[in-house]
Design a protein around this ligand. Structure first.
Ligand code: LCS
Length: 397
């Protein structure tokens, strides 16, 4: 039994979570002041967890430390591929060849590079909104235009607007579709029929697809993830991104997996990508895939309970909030439109009035006004305090 109730002090670890919120959420510097001390905030924003990474991962890093030399390193040995591909086969019944796997220091840098390698300057990138904002930033960074297809929201349940997506995919300048599967921020786990419909649209228009599956291990207990690679087993223009970073709380180790089927694109990547990996990160990631499953199953059960707890709390204290338990991720997506105007700055409101750091509104590209996103990956006692403060601030507005 792991102890997910333990409160771990993250101060003085250079954590984005504790020290980076002024710049990331508020685009401000250290002089920005709040009615709370930094350590008094309940932090429900950036997508990492307040839980310790599993012991098996830390032990593997210690073993690697004992080897004492940390020279230039890359994933050369089969053991990493065996661990990660074994994970995919067991959990998702999906396989890929060893040569298709390349490593990246993160999915974000991979997106930035791939958009550049795949699209020409006048071509466009398509994705579903609301969206993880870095899909847009990856296009912006490369001066590519974005085309957004708004998801439909039926009483908190998100689905694709098929007519809209088909029409936008048919734009001859659209060359790349970035799919978030499962979807951040709605938490949807796209089902087989939905993925098949997307695949038909992709094939019809010969689009490249980056399927960002970084959240795929973090499912509610009753859900199943289907990699796009299984829906499109022969499609050459598919890139799949997965990582141990969200799953095992290793984002700072900066190691992620990119599976590139197309040989030519892989060649461009291998030529142009800065191709070294951190030796501690390789040890950690491999151990996570080899031995991390029992920890992950306990984590998922704890997260399921946090989602149920949040639902009950909101129902009682903020009855007009619309909330559905996310099918995946540890991120709750809450519709507060009954309480706020579209133009209200929700992250600012909650930081000042509640002492809670969260993301919301226009931080998700479009189609997200009046929503907040709450990171629930924390001990229940801290979550309870965060929810108490959120509800109190809204109710005393
Ligand atoms: N892709 C998606 C869909 C994500 O949600 C995140 C992190 C990343 C990629 C980042 O991958 P990395 O570069 O770390 O490998 N999501 C975050 C979020 O929603 N808030 O903080 C991080």
């Amino acid at each position: 039994m792991y102890n997910f109730d333990e409160i771990i002090d993250r101060r003085h670890t250079n954590a984005m979570n504790t020290d980076g919120f002024r710049s990331y959420i508020f685009h401000a510097d250290d002089t920005m002041e709040f009615p709370y001390k930094d350590e008094e905030f309940i932090r429900m924003w950036v997508a990492d967890m307040e839980f310790a990474t599993p012991d098996v991962v830390i032990d593997a890093m210690r073993e690697r430390l004992d080897k004492r030399i940390f020279g230039y390193t890359r994933v050369f040995e089969d053991s990493y591929y065996d661990a990660f591909s074994g994970w995919c086969k067991t959990r998702y019944d999906w396989s890929f060849e060893k040569k298709e796997l390349v490593m990246s220091n993160g999915i974000i840098p991979a997106l930035y590079e791939l958009v550049n390698y795949i699209t020409k300057p006048d071509e466009k990138v398509l994705f579903l909104t609301p969206s993880y904002a870095y899909f847009k930033y990856a296009a912006d960074f490369n001066s590519r235009d974005c085309v957004c297809s708004d998801l439909r929201n039926d009483d908190g349940f998100y689905s694709v607007d098929w007519d809209d997506l088909s029409a936008k995919a048919a734009d001859e300048k659209v060359k790349l579709f970035i799919l978030c599967n499962p979807h951040n921020p709605s938490g949807r786990v796209w089902k087989k029929d939905e993925l098949e419909k997307m695949a038909a649209i992709i094939e019809k228009n010969r689009l490249w697809v980056i399927s960002d599956e970084i959240h795929c291990d973090l499912l509610r207990m009753n859900q199943r993830h289907i990699p796009m690679g299984r829906i499109m087993p022969e499609y050459d223009r598919l890139i799949t991104c997965m990582a141990p970073s969200k799953t095992f709380n290793l984002a700072g180790l900066m190691i992620s997996n990119v599976i590139i089927r197309n040989g030519e694109l892989r060649g461009v990547w291998l030529d142009r990508h800065y191709n070294f990996d951190n030796p501690l990160s390789i040890a950690a990631a491999q151990a996570a895939y080899e031995k991390g499953q029992p920890w992950l199953e306990e984590l998922r059960a704890y997260l399921d309970d946090n989602f149920a707890f949040t639902g009950q709390y909101l129902k009682q204290h903020l009855p007009q909030a619309k909330y559905r338990i996310a099918e995946a991720t540890y991120l709750a997506w809450v519709d507060l439109n009954a309480y706020f105007r579209k133009e209200d700055d929700l992250p600012m409101f909650f930081a000042y009035k509640a002492g809670v750091l969260l993301e919301g509104g226009n931080m998700f590209v479009q189609n997200s006004d009046g929503f907040i996103r709450l990171n629930l990956a924390m001990p229940r006692s801290v979550l309870a305090e965060g929810l108490r403060r959120i509800c109190e601030a809204v109710n005393s507005k």
